[in-house]
Design a protein around this ligand. Structure first.
Ligand code: SAM
Ligand code: SF4
Length: 361
């Protein structure tokens, strides 16, 4: 490891937002295993300083795969006729919330394709009001919506919203999405969510065709500028029925995983006190992917508690792990995986973002 790499790690560890975009890009282009080990160790130390060796968990419910969008990378895109579409009933979502609560999850993530309609808005409102007595921290990840809808869902009980920007580069966004998908609207949604007082989650995929370390470095700087409280980031995994495909020089699974871990580490070093989830796509690339995510600086896991009969319908990418794992098995597997890296799970705690708690004071 050369001296300037070590210097950058030291500077980034001391205070947040200490590095320039070129410096972040240099960290993301770690040249050998020695540099990568040092990068992960520095990020891990920053994480431990802020949240300890404790993992926050959220039960994930994949509420439906109906989507109005046509993102070029995603298996759920509306043009993919091979997908059997489903939408969970309110009772089914409530049931997952009750199972989550009974197993010690104090937070729930409700995710689905993007639907904008009055009926859908009212449906989500109703679900949130029925979940409210369980006293869970609820994250929504339901795509772009109007300010009025975000406000109604917040009033009904949601406290966090996850909307990945996908890329901070508008021209690159246009390459990943067809016409009618508007980067500016996505940014405006993030700003609105922040203003409304949600804990704001965003993120990007990595290992996309044509993406460079400089672009990812700008993405990390963007997370700071938008004042994100939570990050969800993971490697892109090509879907055979989605047109984005792979570039000829595409990284193999090991390289995708490496980049996903490095991205977590550099984001932790830049932002220090945000919650960072170890994305499921890390686990799709290696059985121990999410544990390695924790060691690179992530502090949140989101095991899937959706009833197994629906899991196959929610495949953003092939090779999705745990297609037939029950909520009980998921919870036991989680305990084991977290213990295997010397950490423990914060059961019955919401695990709010420390950044949010600090900046909302
Ligand atoms: N529809 C909502 C949205 O797009 O914000 C929430 C659900 S969407 C499936 C959640 C995330 O999955 C997206 O933000 C995207 O980054 C990720 N994703 C989609 N296709 C993927 C792929 N092929 N590989 C890895 N992640 C993918
Ligand atoms: Fe729909 Fe989200 Fe997939 Fe885009 S990423 S097609 S919005 S589910």
């Amino acid at each position: 490891m050369n001296a300037s790499f070590a210097d950058m790690l030291r500077k980034a560890s001391e205070s947040p937002k200490a590095l320039s975009v070129p410096e972040l890009a240099r960290l993301l282009a770690a040249e050998d295993e020695g540099e990568r080990r040092a990068l992960h160790a520095a990020a891990y130390a920053v994480k431990v300083r802020h949240v300890g060796r404790r993992v926050s968990v959220r039960g994930l419910v994949e509420a439906g795969n109906v989507c109005a969008k046509d993102c070029l990378y995603c298996g759920l895109r509306r043009s993919n006729a091979a997908v059997a579409r489903y939408s969970l009933a309110a009772d089914e979502i409530l049931h997952v919330a009750e199972v989550a609560k009974a197993r010690g999850y104090a937070s729930l993530v409700i995710q689905s394709g993007e639907v904008e309609s009055d009926v859908h808005t009212r449906f989500v409102e109703d679900v949130l009001r029925r979940i409210a007595p369980l006293d869970l921290g609820v994250t929504l990840s339901l795509g772009e919506q109007t300010e009025d809808v975000f406000r109604r869902w917040k009033d009904a009980g949601a406290s966090r919203y996850l909307l990945r920007i996908e890329t901070s580069d508008p021209a690159y966004y246009a390459k990943l999405h067809p016409a009618g998908h508007d980067w500016k609207r996505r940014v405006a949604c993030l700003e609105t969510l922040k203003r409304l007082g949600y804990q704001l989650g965003t993120g990007v995929m990595c290992a996309l065709p044509g993406q460079t370390p400089e672009m990812l470095a700008r993405d990390i700087a963007f997370f700071g500028e938008i004042d994100a409280d939570m990050l969800g980031m993971g490697p892109y995994i090509p879907h055979p029925d989605a047109p984005l495909g792979v570039a000829p020089e595409a990284p193999d699974d090991a390289a995708r995983l490496r980049l996903g871990l490095d991205l977590i580490a550099v984001a932790r070093l830049h932002l220090h006190d945000v919650n960072i989830a170890a994305a499921t796509s890390l686990q799709a690339l290696a059985p121990d992917g999410r544990e390695r995510g924790l060691l690179a600086g992530a502090n949140v896991l989101m095991p899937n508690l959706t009833d197994v009969q629906w899991r196959a319908g929610y495949q953003l990418y092939p090779g999705k792990p745990n297609l037939d794992e029950s909520a009980e098995d998921a919870t036991a597997a989680l305990e084991r995986s977290v213990a295997s890296v010397g950490e423990s799970i914060l059961w019955n705690a919401r695990g709010d973002s420390p950044h949010f708690r600090r900046t909302m004071r």
